[in-house]
Design a protein around this ligand. Structure first.
Ligand SMILES: NC(=O)c1ccc[n+]([C@@H]2O[C@H](COP(=O)([O-])OP(=O)(O)OC[C@H]3O[C@@H](n4cnc5c(N)ncnc54)[C@H](O)[C@@H]3O)[C@@H](O)[C@H]2O)c1
Ligand SMILES: [Zn+2]
Ligand SMILES: [Zn+2]
Length: 389
């Protein structure tokens, strides 16, 4: 089959690889009908996540049609249309039973390395680092889905691929980011990043009752899309974000701040970001948490900082003094996608949201390598790429 494979920093190829096979009775194989490129894939493309291997199959936002089912999987049958969560979860362990699917303690087959780094292992993920299982991803013609009796959700008749594809990741992620904010009537939520995840967070914040959303980015078409969802936008290149957020919130700060940017924040002009860049380049540091620092400062006393942008290691100069003295709550996670699927599928069915509003580029798998660059560089108005193998 054809698949998009990783061959080092800035080197994604579309090449022929062996077809996946059932390896366990609970597996299923799906024929991919649509898959997408995520901001998390860019961390791999840019070489900032360790332990990728040459030839790894990329992709963790995938849906398709079931073509083969393992003997111990009573849930799926050949011909079902399903969306596959990016988190691989057994459904039976301590964490899965409590709904913390992205904390599954059985789906990472080799937790030893990541345990040294993070103290414990979260769930295995599709198309991601070998620290988290090294599972083949879904930017491919076929995908093996482990624990396929737990993760995939069947698509009801009448919904198109594009309407439901983002249930695999960015819709639940943006929704969780807003849910973390425990939004009360009249509240203002600030969202850093108007990428696909930020866009889902903005829509979800309004769905969950926010009165105002302040959305921060610098890319004009992304800010315009945020405005169409009802957000007030700020440009981090032209405006002092702290001053503007204070101005808009009677000097108190936003009730909650969502970081939908993560480790690769663009903030070349700021002193903290310059130090981060030097530290990362000289292996003295791991991440560039400029947005997280700013979000903490812009959050009102006893507000919430909700983090869904991904970080990898040990972060420097996080203003914990500000956070503890002002009573901030931190909430963060790789999304336990399975937990949100029934509820969010229902919201799509009822027409409360159509997540396809972020799609700007539709193409074949062969165009994937070029579109990684287009998406990363925000060229050609690119906000979200969907590939149809
Ligand atoms: N927690 C999860 O489960 C989960 C799931 C999906 C994605 N993610 C993470 O979410 C993040 C966003 O993903 P995406 O697909 O939207 O990616 P993206 O790269 O398209 O979007 C990031 C956006 O942040 C903006 N940005 C950069 N620097 C900024 C700054 N200083 N202030 C404000 N905005 C800034 C960029 O212009 C861009 O529009 C990534 O880190 C990704 O890994 C997490
Ligand atoms: Zn993702
Ligand atoms: Zn589990």
């Amino acid at each position: 089959m054809k698949a998009l494979t990783w061959h080092g920093k800035h080197d994604i190829r579309c090449e022929s690889v062996p077809d996946p096979e059932i390896e366990d009775g609970r597996d299923a194989i799906i024929k991919v009908t649509a898959c997408a490129i995520c901001g998390s894939d860019l961390h791999l493309f840019n070489g900032v996540m360790p332990d990728m291997h040459s030839g790894d199959i990329m992709g963790h936002e995938t849906m398709g049609e079931v073509v083969e089912v393992g003997k111990d999987n009573p849930k799926l049958k050949v011909g079902d249309r399903v969306v596959v969560p990016f988190t691989i979860s057994c459904g039976e362990c301590f964490f899965c039973k409590r709904g913390f699917f992205s904390g599954c303690e059985r789906s990472n087959p080799d937790p030893s390395k990541v345990t040294k780094m993070w103290g414990n292992s979260p769930a295995g993920l599709f198309g991601y680092t070998h620290l988290l299982g090294g599972y083949s991803g879904g930017q491919a013609e076929y995908l093996r889905v482990p624990y396929a009796d737990v993760g995939p959700i069947k698509v009801p008749d009448g919904l198109s691929d594009e309407q439901v594809l983002f249930l695999s990741d960015i819709f639940p992620t943006g929704y969780m980011a807003a849910e973390f904010c425990n939004i009360q009537p009249g509240e203002t939520i600030a969202v850093w990043g108007c990428g696909p995840v930020g866009q889902m967070a903005i829509k979800s914040a309004f769905i969950l009752g926010a009165e105002r959303v302040i959305a921060i980015d610098t890319v004009p078409e992304r800010m315009a899309l945020a405005q169409r969802s009802g957000a007030i936008t700020l440009d981090f290149r032209d405006e002092d974000i702290y001053d503007r957020v204070m101005e808009l919130t009677s000097g108190r700060g936003a009730d909650a701040c969502i970081d939908a940017v993560g480790t690769e924040a663009d903030a070349s002009a700021s002193w903290d970001s310059r130090i981060d860049r030097i530290k990362v380049a000289t292996f003295m540091g791991t991440d560039r948490p400029h947005v997280l620092r700013q979000a903490i400062h812009c959050c009102r006393n006893f507000g919430t900082v909700s983090i869904v942008g991904v970080y990898g290691g040990y972060l420097d100069k996080i203003p914990m003094g500000s956070a503890i003295n002002r009573g901030l709550t931190f909430k963060m996670a790789q999304t336990p996608v399975q937990r949100y699927l029934p509820l969010l599928m229902e919201r799509i069915q009822k027409g409360e949201i159509d997540p396809s509003f972020v799609i700007t580029h539709r193409a074949s798998l062969e165009d994937g390598p070029d579109l990684y660059k287009t998406f990363r560089d925000k060229q050609d108005g690119c906000i979200k790429v969907v590939l149809k193998p």
